[in-house]
Write a protein that binds this ligand. Structure first.
Ligand SMILES: [Zn+2]
Length: 307
């Protein structure tokens, strides 16, 4: 398989090896390659489509983790007014506080938690979800959920907004995905993207244990420049860009570093909440400064479809 840059086709070189799956503990080790021309980073070896499908079904399975203390806690939190308040403080990487109207597509909508919030905020949201059990739960909440990959999606009407909340970095071909998003949008419609920033200070701090390597599921590791390039080349203009360092992400990386090889520790609610409290309550000046200096953990971008 070619190690050429997925964005520009130039040669790459390794910058980090022996990176393991700190989130689910799937076996194997991966290398992070950096493009010598545009700076994009990518996971190697890159799984094939069928390999990824098996990996998602084995490790990412929604049905495998319902009704646990962790999922129950998460569900209650997301629907609370405390959550909205917290997002104003912490930063909103899933566009859960965005107000508006019109048709919105949430790509990778899982069980439809985001759809409920988008509907509450004025949108007419629909979802796309490949996991049929998760899609079924979302439908039971009254939403249209497409169970197809983005290439196969043919909605009756185009969308005003498409949300890619921590999705684009999973794509084997991000530009192809953006091309399909463009096809699905009305003229002047917007794609709302959040994804990890490869220039994050947490990557420097935690090295291989940075949770946002998320190998082998994260294929591409963007920064502001490479994401802007991918958007420009697929017919989008960036209209808004922010950086956010979610307290949750700080907590999960800290746990991954403190308990190597024990991904289940990342689903211990009390531990996660305690560390989030420390990150948000004590480290907030640091988080703020890093976001301002381009080293936040998450890029949050809105881009408009060009005429
Ligand atoms: Zn490149």
């Amino acid at each position: 398989m070619s190690d050429a840059c997925l964005l520009c086709g130039a040669a790459t070189h390794p910058v980090l090896d022996s990176v393991r799956d700190t989130r689910f503990g799937s076996p194997g080790a991966w290398t992070i390659l950096r493009c010598e021309s545009c700076g994009l980073e990518q996971t190697a070896p890159r799984p094939t489509g069928p390999e990824l499908k098996t990996l998602y079904e084995t490790y990412y399975n929604y049905g495998g983790e319902s009704g646990t203390a962790y999922t129950g806690w998460r569900e209650k939190l997301l629907m609370s007014s405390f959550y909205r308040l917290f997002l104003r403080l912490d930063g909103d990487v899933s566009f859960h506080t965005a107000q508006g109207s019109g048709r919105l597509l949430d790509v990778g909508c899982n069980e439809g938690r985001g759809l409920v919030l988008y509907r509450r905020n004025g949108f007419k949201p629909e979802g796309l979800e490949l996991n049929s059990r998760a899609a079924e739960v979302a439908r039971s909440r009254g939403f249209m959920v497409y169970e197809t990959d983005i290439a196969g999606l043919q909605p009756s009407l185009p969308f005003e907004r498409v949300v890619l909340s921590n999705v684009l970095e999973h794509a084997l071909d991000p530009q192809e995905m953006l091309g399909h998003i463009r096809r699905l949008l009305v003229q002047g419609g917007e794609v709302w993207i959040s994804l990890p920033n490869r220039r994050s200070w947490l990557r420097q701090l935690f090295g291989r244990n940075w949770i946002n390597w998320h190998v082998p599921f994260h294929i591409v590791h963007f920064d502001s420049a490479t994401l802007r390039r991918a958007l420009a080349e697929t017919g989008f203009t960036v209209v808004e860009e922010r950086q956010v360092t979610p307290a949750l992400w700080v907590a999960l990386s800290a746990i991954a570093a403190a308990f190597p090889g024990q991904p289940k520790m990342q689903r211990q609610p009390l531990l996660v909440v305690a560390l989030m409290g420390i990150a948000r309550g004590l480290l907030f000046p640091l988080l703020w400064a890093m976001n301002r200096s381009g080293r936040g953990d998450c890029l949050v971008v809105k881009a408009r479809k060009d005429a």
